[in-house]
Design a protein around this ligand. Structure first.
Ligand SMILES: [Zn+2]
Length: 282
């Protein structure tokens, strides 16, 4: 078992929290000729492309980067696990908010980038997608559950903090719609919460280990839409680079691993991935 807890690299957190770089503003990053062609050339003969995705993967689906300057984390601190367990009012406020946010979340649709990754997976070029995202859009785009490694869990699932039983979010939403203000576990009475990883919590058992294995065995690490500032997730592309695999980073802002990358593509994920899959698959 790995006991790594979710943390953020302080130096980069400062930049993001103070809004020096608006990573969601594509106009600041004009298309640079030739970079996507270089990416295609880099990926051309590869057969084990590990895809590692972050918030930038989903911005084109309308889901804001919650670590960006306009994101919720800039203004609002998420509850700690201890507070959630001991304070009924924290749970009540959480579920009141989730009753509104959950239908909004599942209304978002996968974008062209998600669909391009599915085509690469179906062609046998991508063994699995490793994601920091909790929106479930890779599965919604058609990837099987076991092809998506969710390092930070999923907002589409709900888990009992005591007996660890997991429910689909829709099931709990239906209980709320039927009048339950703070749904508890029907098996043990324990507190329920989305199956997501908060700062200070450990990652899901097995997810990081599996991601590291894929990273060490890949022949190309393709980072998409992650600023690689959250640990331990950022150790995954680092492991690929240390194993000798080339790394391409498609992200609008700089990352702490840029110096290890073979190629940096500071462009929106969707069009880059569409071009890549079209070029590789013909
Ligand atoms: Zn329970």
């Amino acid at each position: 078992m790995i006991f790594d807890c979710l943390t953020i690299v302080a130096k980069y957190a400062y930049v993001h929290n103070h809004g020096i770089v608006d990573v969601t503003d594509a106009s600041m990053h004009p298309v640079q000729d030739g970079l996507v062609e270089q990416l295609v050339a880099l990926a051309r003969d590869k057969t084990r492309i590990a895809v590692f995705t972050g918030a930038g993967m989903s911005t084109e689906s309308g889901i804001p980067d919650y670590r960006g300057p306009n994101g919720v984390w800039a203004t609002q601190k998420p509850p700690t696990l201890g507070d959630f367990r001991t304070n009924p009012e924290t749970r009540r406020v959480y579920w009141e908010s989730r009753k509104v946010r959950f239908p909004e979340l599942i209304a978002h649709q996968p974008n062209a980038g998600h669909r391009a990754i599915v085509r690469l997976f179906d062609a046998g070029l991508v063994p699995a997608v490793i994601t920091q995202n909790i929106d479930g859009l890779h599965q919604a785009s058609g990837l099987p559950d076991d092809a998506v490694i969710e390092l930070h869990g999923s907002a589409r699932r709900v888990q009992c903090l005591d007996c660890l039983r997991v429910w689909d979010g829709q099931t709990i939403q239906a209980r709320q719609e039927a009048g339950e203000e703070t749904p508890d576990c029907q098996l043990c009475g324990g507190p329920l919460r989305a199956q997501t990883v908060l700062f200070g919590e450990s990652l899901p058992v097995g997810a990081l280990e599996r991601a590291m294995l894929i990273a060490r065995e890949c022949d190309l690490m393709l980072v998409v839409g992650s600023s690689l500032i959250v640990q331990p997730a950022a150790k995954v592309p680092l492991a690929a680079a240390r194993s000798g695999a080339p790394m391409a980073i498609v992200n609008l802002s700089e990352t702490p691993l840029d110096h290890l990358a073979t190629l940096l593509v500071a462009q929106q994920a969707g069009p880059v991935l569409e071009t890549l899959s079209a070029a590789l698959l013909g």
